[in-house]
Design a protein around this ligand. Structure first.
Ligand code: ATP
Length: 452
């Protein structure tokens, strides 16, 4: 069952506590773009880093890459995006609102916009005003720009709509520089841009967003097995970092849903407050991309198989996730409100590895010796973790503030600390407190904040 937090609650928490701000807000905002505030950047970095750790650093069969965002049209013609990266678009003849036709089809209309509106003949009507809709038109979602001073067709460039193509056009570079053998993968984290017709649900769907993608090159014939392997691997990753199992599912695409290049795709989906939505797609892209780039560039992108002494074009399994969408999901899933004495405690039960601030150091009073000792403790801990020092307002209020941003541990320095060189550690989830010698803090935190 979906967590019963509303998006309004999440959006307001994000603004209030410095996770996510509407972009260019003092100028009235800029349609569906967002800025990550001081806590948001830490959260997003944790998501990226944990993905990178699992996908690259802990494996010996995947390497990393950072390709450029701006690319020539040749890349996107080869990949099929210039002709195929389109959404069917319908306009309302009455209120002029624009919709993605696939969002209005069977099952999707209700999930996205509430009860389906139709005219007497059964034709779909505008979700906003019940007006008549136009026939669908194709709309290319890539952002086009021009490089250089002359805006002619020769200087057309695109902002990448996915990070994947960088891995394909660098296939030979990686293969030869890293002396790789199949199977192996190339991973990348970075920004992508899509001119979405209906961005929305906060940072779930935006025009500028961040992806975490990996292209895993395999021998043809072993692709089905590797596809199943990566679906399971990726599903487990979300569970490992605390997403509740009942809110997560794997959904294989039906034949008519498949992208033009895909042999099979399964999505990892999360039950968002508005219904099930994609977190990540794991696709079997076959040898489509390498074949296309070889054809368009005239370069040989095959792989020489030492065993069979044959040149082959590898198949590709692609787990493609959204970093910004995943960060939002962690926030939604972790949000809880619970009764605490006469009040309500808001707490983000984030996995410690995901939490933006790991430790808060709180002196019980603003008296100089306590402040000095607290700052000393905080300084030492900062060498390893993101630490917040907070001395303002009552200790109860400070605990609440840390709970609300998901800080797993608060360390309180009190007057007794000056004598026994010990402090109190408070656990966010159980609210239990234990007394620990300052000398043992670092090793204890190592244990408590371990990534696994
Ligand atoms: P959707 O069906 O939601 O438009 P998609 O199937 O087009 O997504 P992919 O091309 O498979 O998405 O991209 C991989 C991942 O990138 C998605 O699972 C999602 O997490 C993320 N993503 C895609 N588009 C956006 C967007 N506009 N805003 C934020 N994240 C996105």
């Amino acid at each position: 069952m979906a967590s019963n937090v509303t998006m309004d609650t999440i959006v307001s928490l994000c603004k209030r506590r410095g996770f996510v701000f509407p972009s260019s807000e003092i100028y009235g905002g800029f349609g569906s773009t967002y800025d990550y505030g001081p806590l948001g950047v830490e959260l997003l970095r944790n998501v990226r880093n944990l993905w990178w750790r699992a996908m690259v650093q802990e494996r010996d069969d995947v390497v990393g890459l950072e390709a450029s965002i701006l690319g020539p049209s040749a890349v996107w013609e080869a990949s099929g995006h210039v002709s195929n990266f389109t959404d069917p678009l319908v306009d309302c003849k009455n209120c002029r609102m624009r919709w993605r036709e696939d969002h209005l089809l069977e099952g999707n209309y209700e999930a996205e916009y509430g009860a389906t509106k139709r005219d007497a003949a059964g034709k779909l009507l505008c979700p906003n005003c019940s007006g008549e809709l136009t026939d669908p038109r194709k709309f290319n979602m890539m952002f086009k720009t021009f490089v250089g001073v002359v805006e002619d067709t020769a200087s057309v460039a695109y902002l990448r709509p996915e990070t994947a193509q960088g891995m394909f056009y660098n296939f030979s570079n990686v293969l030869s520089s890293m002396r790789r053998k199949l199977p192996f993968g190339i991973a990348q984290v970075g920004k992508s841009f899509r001119n979405e017709i209906t961005p929305g649900n906060f940072v779930f769907r935006t025009r500028e967003f961040e992806q975490m993608e990996m292209e895993f090159f395999v021998k043809p014939g072993s692709d089905d097995e590797w596809h199943s392997y990566w679906i399971e691997e990726r599903f487990q990753w979300y569970l490992k970092y605390g997403i509740k199992k009942e809110n997560l599912r794997i959904r294989p695409h039906t034949k008519d849903e498949l992208s033009f290049y895909s042999k099979a795709t399964s999505d990892v989906e999360y039950e968002f407050p508005w219904g099930w939505g994609e977190l990540e797609g794991i696709a079997n892209r076959t040898n489509y991309d390498l074949t296309q780039h070889a054809k368009h560039s005239g370069k040989d992108l095959s792989y020489f198989d030492e065993e069979t002494k044959e040149h082959i074009v590898p198949y590709v399994i692609e787990p493609a996730a959204g970093a910004t969408r995943t960060a939002l999901t962690f926030l939604i899933d972790a949000y809880a409100e619970e009764p605490d004495k006469d009040e309500t405690r808001i707490v983000l039960r984030l996995h410690p590895a995901i939490a933006p601030i790991k430790i808060a150091v709180l002196p019980l009073s603003k008296k100089e010796p306590l402040v000095n000792l607290s700052k000393e403790v905080a300084k030492k801990l900062r060498r390893k973790w993101v630490v917040q020092y907070d001395e303002s307002q009552s200790i109860g209020k400070r605990y609440r503030r840390q709970d609300e941003i998901g800080t797993p541990y608060c360390i309180t320095v009190d007057f007794q600390s000056l004598e026994d060189n010990a402090v109190t550690i408070r656990d966010r989830d159980t609210m239990e407190q234990i007394r620990v010698p300052i000398a043992e803090l670092s090793s204890m935190m190592d244990e408590k904040l371990s990534l696994d």
